[in-house]
Write a protein that binds this ligand. Structure first.
Ligand code: SF4
Length: 290
């Protein structure tokens, strides 16, 4: 099995999946695409359909139950435009219920929501429904984030894993915009507001300060909901925990969403705010432990 660091991310080479990468060009095994409701995963599904039109293709969506309402519209319209079925699986709990059950507030270093609601839910369905001898799993990793995905093939062994956005020519989100327009499918509404992804209603426990600052301005109702839920978790756990951290001044301490909002809404200058300009990245289906 090819590992990502071995894959050539230059834009030269034969079109489509390459036997040089250890991938079958013609492949009639069951093709399962991890379909998150974001544009990259739709583009991934488009590519698999384009290059392997005769194979059985399934789009697999794992629901965190805190998704933006428009994600479901995009999920269904996108699948319909490709003529492909979507399997929707869910643990049943939302991220906050998972945090409450574990008495733990997730953060960038320990995103238990991702492990339980995305990875374990997908694992359960794939291992129960897909024969490893006859299945290929597809992930929407593009050339800009290839470094994040080395653990995917190891995690999913013995299943074969492929990254169709790394097939030649390389595609990225601008290609998704063009193809979605041609297919008559409107992009998810959060992108138009400036969101970097369409997961979990536009926020993420792995988001950086820049992302939370964007959310406060662009989707204040989501920010307010998360702020309230974070405080509930602090009360439940009874200690000073927070999703974010303040690493200014050479120290690291929990930075609550309330304090973060109050700082932004104060009259401090950007320099005095001492916030980082990091957007973070959710990595829900691309970063695995071990
Ligand atoms: S997108 Fe972020 S908040 Fe949502 S499940 Fe993944 S890691 Fe957790």
């Amino acid at each position: 099995m090819a590992v990502l660091s071995d894959i050539d991310t230059s834009d030269d080479g034969p079109l489509g999946p390459s036997s040089d990468d250890g991938h079958q060009i013609s492949d009639d095994r069951h093709q399962v695409v991890f379909y998150s409701g974001g544009k990259a995963s739709w583009l991934t599904a488009h590519r698999v359909k384009e290059f392997r039109p005769d194979a059985e293709i399934t789009l697999l969506f794992t629901d965190t139950k805190v998704e933006d309402a428009d994600l479901y519209r995009f999920l269904d319209e996108g699948a319909e435009a490709l003529g492909l079925p979507v399997v929707k699986v869910a643990d049943g709990r939302d991220i906050w219920q998972v945090f409450r059950d574990n008495k733990f507030l997730a953060n960038n270093r320990v995103p238990i929501c991702s492990r339980v609601l995305k990875q374990e839910a997908a694992d359960k369905w794939v291992r129960a429904n897909c024969d490893p001898e006859n299945t290929v799993l597809h992930f929407g990793i593009d050339w800009t984030e290839a470094h994040r995905a080395d653990r995917i093939p190891k995690h999913w062994a013995p299943y074969d894993v492929e990254f169709p956005l790394l097939w030649k020519p390389l595609l990225d989100r601008l290609d998704a915009d063009k193809l979605l327009k041609e297919a008559g499918v409107a992009e998810p509404r959060l992108y138009a507001l400036g969101a970097p992804h369409n997961n979990c209603g536009g926020l993420c426990v792995r988001a950086g300060h820049a992302h939370f600052k964007w959310a406060l301005a662009a989707i204040p109702e989501v920010y307010a909901e998360w702020e309230e839920r974070e405080q509930e978790m602090r009360d439940l756990i009874g200690s000073d925990v927070a999703i974010m951290r303040d690493r200014s001044g050479g120290t690291s301490r929990p930075l609550t969403m309330t304090e973060f909002r109050e700082r932004i809404q104060s009259s401090l200058t950007n320099e005095q705010l001492t916030l980082s300009d990091d957007w973070g990245a959710c990595g829900c289906m691309s970063e695995y432990d071990g």
